[in-house]
Design a protein around this ligand. Structure first.
Ligand code: GLU
Length: 307
């Protein structure tokens, strides 16, 4: 079996609600992936969006992960909260600005979403945005009208090829999704900047997460390379879908860990989840036991409708 010493994986939850089974499935796979290679795991709190995130959810999710035996290796000090890392993001922003890679964008559509990881179906770019081509006087005119810009990074026409640990070789043209937001107009840094920089800065070399973020991967690889870092390996996992084929979501109040904890032991929850992922037969099981037989080749590629 593939072993790599000192591998570092991560849990990167957004504390914007109670974890549902889909979040849990990504964390279980991230944990099994890292621990099966004697790796470390960082718990990083992606709480950039002050309107969506709360400390109460952080406490809850740390407690839920512990309850399930999914441990991590850092203390949850400020440096692992993205909301406390603004000075670092500012420095990256300045570096990119000096290299003339950024421009102000006065469109408003994608702004609201930029601080969170994009969910399927959410538009992450302003189609038809022509802010990159605004002249100085047009910019000044907009500023005079009181418009505060977001800042976008200009991406080149470039195909990024990488090998996903589960889905194999992927080709993504950066230009297909267009330029993306680095900082919102209210000064909040965007998910793409913060997650890329943090993975680099925290020495993460293996990112395991849901397949819905596969489409962000080329941008992150490119951004990390632009910042002089080495991108981690990425390994995406199938999504868990509700019976009507929808991706589970906090906002839709889908089956969450709190309801599960009311009626089930940690072993029962893990046994159930493992069965959905092809990693068990539904028998209650602890996380350590799942490690003994964990193998990515058992996990399907197609999304999983929960039974
Ligand atoms: N914070 C994101 C989420 O909870 C995950 C981002 C990532 O894994 O890159 O959806």
């Amino acid at each position: 079996m593939y072993k790599k010493a000192n591998l570092t994986g991560r849990f990167a939850p957004s504390p914007s609600g109670v974890m549902h089974l889909g979040n849990l499935s990504s964390y279980l796979l991230a944990w099994l992936d890292a621990r099966s290679k004697d790796g470390k795991i960082i718990l990083r709190i992606e709480d950039l969006d002050p309107d969506r995130c709360s400390k109460g959810y952080v406490k809850q999710l740390a407690d839920d992960l512990r309850f399930l035996g999914l441990d991590w290796d850092n203390k949850l000090s400020d440096e692992y909260y993205q909301s406390s890392r603004t000075a670092l993001y500012e420095d990256v922003f300045e570096r990119l600005l000096k290299r003339d890679m950024l421009y102000p964008c006065y469109c408003s559509r994608s702004q609201r979403l930029a601080a969170s990881a994009p969910h399927p179906g959410e538009c992450t770019h302003d189609t038809g945005c022509r802010c990159r081509h605004l002249s100085l006087s047009e910019r000044l005119e907009l500023e005079k009208q009181g418009k505060r810009p977001a800042w976008k990074i200009h991406v080149p026409e470039k195909v990024i090829i990488f090998t996903d640990g589960h889905y194999g070789v992927i080709n993504q043209n950066l230009a297909d999704d267009g330029d993306f937001i680095i900082r919102r107009s209210d000064g909040v840094y965007a998910y793409q900047l913060a997650a890329s920089f943090d993975d680099m800065d925290m020495g993460v070399d293996r990112v395991v997460r849901g397949r819905d973020l596969l489409s962000s991967t080329a941008r992150q690889i490119w951004l990390i390379s632009q910042l002089g870092g080495t991108p981690p390996e990425y390994c995406h996992a199938p999504l868990l879908l509700s019976k009507d084929g929808r991706k589970l979501s906090k906002r839709d109040g889908d089956l969450n860990i709190l309801s599960l904890r009311q009626n089930h032991s940690s072993e029962e929850i893990l046994g159930y989840l493992a069965a959905q992922l092809g990693l068990g037969d539904g028998t209650p099981v602890c996380a350590q036991k799942l490690l003994q037989t964990f193998d990515w080749s058992l996990v399907p590629n197609d999304d999983i409708i929960i039974k």
